[in-house]
Design a protein around this ligand. Structure first.
Ligand SMILES: [Zn+2]
Length: 274
């Protein structure tokens, strides 16, 4: 599943090449998770402004035409590619934004992804979809103190809370496991038991983990069609994720695997404290 680092790498890959591009045509394939919400012809003539990201959503603001912008989500299996000249669409290509600077194509075999037009990010439907997202991990407004204060309001296990994205977005399963290991916090620890020092350590660890993944993705992904290449590349650098039975790189004890909320959790019982 594309996670935040992959979406950010995708954003960086398409932002500059698409800047100022004029929409020439829109082609829709099979139905995605949500409908476009506007007649495709209404987008023609609009220009693409700098691409933004919020959580795992990309926002392509449009100037002219119907205005507003396009909110994109890659769902479970989606990937975006920018083609100078797009080949004929395949069975899993469900959206083409044909522009004066290339064709942005969404390929999504499972079709949980979506492209939705919205007047802005603070109006429906975009506002509704973005409403439940926690803070951006690199937002300076998210401080160790505010993160700690948010944790104090929850008794759920920290791993589940990270995965939910309700306090901070971006901690997919691999990244949550790695950040908790780096911060030496047991994944089942109730959020409210995490004190200010450990909260600060966890926020720092999450930021470093995500930054490393983004950096790795930028250098690993040659093209953006490879939706699963990045998790795999990061996994080779993982210290606990996928390493049950191997030695913890910090203390040498065996890494354990448990299942929390139907997701595999990898951790070290010796050095990650509850
Ligand atoms: Zn350990």
């Amino acid at each position: 599943m594309p996670e935040l680092p992959e979406v950010e790498v995708t954003r960086r890959g398409i932002d500059e090449p698409l800047r100022g591009a004029q929409v020439l045509a829109v082609r829709l394939g099979k139905a995605l998770r949500w409908g476009l919400g506007v007649a495709p012809e209404a987008l023609v003539g609009a220009r693409v402004l700098p691409v933004q990201r919020r959580g795992k959503y990309l926002w392509l603001p449009l100037l002219g035409g119907c205005g507003g912008g396009l909110l994109l989500h890659l769902g479970m299996s989606g990937s975006l590619a920018l083609h100078a000249v797009a080949p004929p669409p395949g069975a899993h290509d469900h959206f083409d934004l044909v522009t004066s600077q290339g064709t942005l194509r969404l390929t999504d075999p499972r079709r949980f992804g979506a492209v939705v037009w919205s007047p802005s990010t603070v109006d429906a439907p975009a506002a509704t979809l973005l409403a439940t997202l926690g803070a951006e991990p690199f937002d300076e407004a998210l401080t160790p103190a505010s993160f700690h204060a948010a944790l104090q309001r929850h008794r759920a296990p920290i791993k589940a809370m990270l995965l939910s994205g309700r306090i901070v977005v971006g901690a997919g399963n691999i990244y949550a496991c790695e950040a908790l290991h780096a911060a030496a916090i047991h994944p089942a620890t109730p959020c409210r038991r995490i004190g200010p020092v450990r909260a600060a350590r966890l926020l720092q660890a999450l930021r470093e983990t995500l930054a490393q993944a983004i950096e790795l993705g930028g250098s690993t992904l040659r093209d953006f069609r490879d939706a699963h290449g990045m998790d795999g590349a990061f996994q080779q650098h993982a210290r606990v994720y996928g390493r049950a039975g191997e030695a913890c790189p910090r203390c040498g004890a065996a890494v354990r695997r448990i299942v929390q909320a139907q997701r595999a959790t990898y951790y070290c019982a010796a050095c990650q404290r509850p």
